[in-house]
Design a protein around this ligand. Structure first.
Ligand SMILES: Cc1ncc(COP(=O)(O)O)c(C=O)c1O
Length: 387
């Protein structure tokens, strides 16, 4: 085989791509596995979304290449979404780029701004794609610690002590995954001040703020954030449309132009029907979101019982799609714990160490599991012998 590029040596196949093969093999053997590992919403998009997609298919415009910037109506509905949920005003012409999921934005931003040898501040624990995208650009990931002791917030004193001379980008993710920490305006203000002081491009990855959190927060609620901060957002979790692949990048017009240079060379626009469906979704009223939150609250309460039955110690959290738990006293190996629960209780959960060294000793339950299945999980873990 032809030798792969050296940059590939720095990344591995995404954990779930590998682990789900094992989970599927167990399912094929007839094991009744419940997948509480992945945050892929099982609930349906709002009722008016699918008719909007179907109707779009009859439109002559549906079949050609689409604009790199998406339909003006899509950008307008993204701006309206920011206005109604975050009270943030964005110019739909210049301060928003629709993306095919926020995940692609992580690579596009990295490709637009990183040279080999540049450094990037990455939260530990954190979404693994920040580090992978950094390494694919041959830049260096410098992790900063999020710990339970600091309520999973950045330690600004420790950040100030770092040699920041080569740091160009900083990733933050509030509300946070995997820990569920909500974040707040005070932390955002400190982050923006830190980025401005050290001339760092700050990117807040914000796909969870409309899932279960009472206060919907955005980095752009900070005065002057557009000088130094971008934000990624997504309809994947908010409107149960993870497979549709629609996200958005918001921020300074000049910075977005640079990201667009990458994006216009990578894809040729988003399918018209998907854009029409996304427009419909973004117009959804707050009542629909409140109903979603009720469903997740019920699931969370039941999942907490599962966690307690396994002697896990859940972190206090109010929103997001996950329950983040510390291992029982005396246990440290989260991967071993996950394998034990997978093979003996036929429940798949995620080991915290895949999110970084500070995730070691923790596990993550997804709430994208029907209540009946969580009840089955509870039965299984409450029994002494395997179900
Ligand atoms: C923190 C975080 N960022 C980004 C993403 C990617 O979301 P999208 O579906 O918008 O690409 C995820 C998905 O799980 C996530 O957890």
């Amino acid at each position: 085989m032809i030798a792969t590029a050296k940059r590939l040596d720095s990344v591995q196949e995404y954990y779930f791509a590998t682990k789900l093969r094992e989970v599927r093999a167990l399912m094929n053997e007839g094991k009744p596995i419940i997948n509480a590992g992945i945050g892929s919403p099982d609930l349906l998009p709002p009722d008016h979304v699918i008719p909007a997609l179907i109707e779009a298919l009859q439109d002559d415009k549906a079949h050609g290449y689409q604009s790199y910037l998406g339909l003006p109506e899509l950008r307008q509905s993204m701006a309206d979404f920011y206005q109604s949920y975050y009270h943030v005003q964005l110019n739909p012409e210049t301060e928003i780029i629709p993306l095919m999921g926020s995940k692609e934005g992580i690579l596009h931003i990295s490709l637009a701004f990183l040279n080999p040898g540049d450094q990037v501040l990455i939260p530990d624990p954190g979404y693994p794609t920040y580090a992978s995208a950094t390494k694919l650009c041959e830049a260096q990931a410098v992790t900063y610690n999020l710990t339970a002791a600091n309520h999973w917030m950045p330690d600004f004193e420790a950040l100030e002590k770092l040699d920041l001379s080569r740091v160009k980008l900083m990733w933050t993710n509030y509300p946070n995954m995997p820990t569920g920490a909500a974040g707040n305006l005070d932390v955002f203000e400190r982050l923006v001040a830190f980025a401005r002081k050290h001339n760092i491009l700050l990117v807040n990855d914000n796909p969870y703020s409309c899932v279960g959190y009472e206060k919907k927060i955005s980095i752009h609620q900070v005065e002057g954030s557009l000088d130094c901060a971008l934000e990624l957002n997504s309809i994947s979790k908010t409107f149960n449309m993870a497979g549709w692949r629609v996200g958005m990048l918001t921020g300074n017009a000049e910075v977005l132009k640079e990201v667009l240079k990458v994006k216009t060379n990578m894809d040729s626009g988003m399918f018209y029907g998907v854009q029409k469906g996304a427009i419909a979704a973004l117009k959804t009223d707050a009542q629909w979101l409140a109903h979603q939150d009720e469903i997740y609250t019920q699931r969370r309460e039941l999942t907490l019982q599962v966690a307690h039955a396994l002697k896990l110690k859940p972190e206090p959290q109010t929103g997001g799609l996950f329950v983040w738990c510390k291992l029982p006293d005396g246990m440290h190996d989260d991967k071993e714990f996950v394998d034990d629960v997978l093979h003996n209780k036929h429940i798949f959960i995620t080991p915290g160490s895949i999110f970084g060294k500070n995730g070691a000793g923790y596990v993550r339950f997804s709430l994208c599991v029907k209540e009946e299945e969580i009840a089955t999980m509870l039965e299984r873990v409450s029994k002494k012998e395997n179900a």
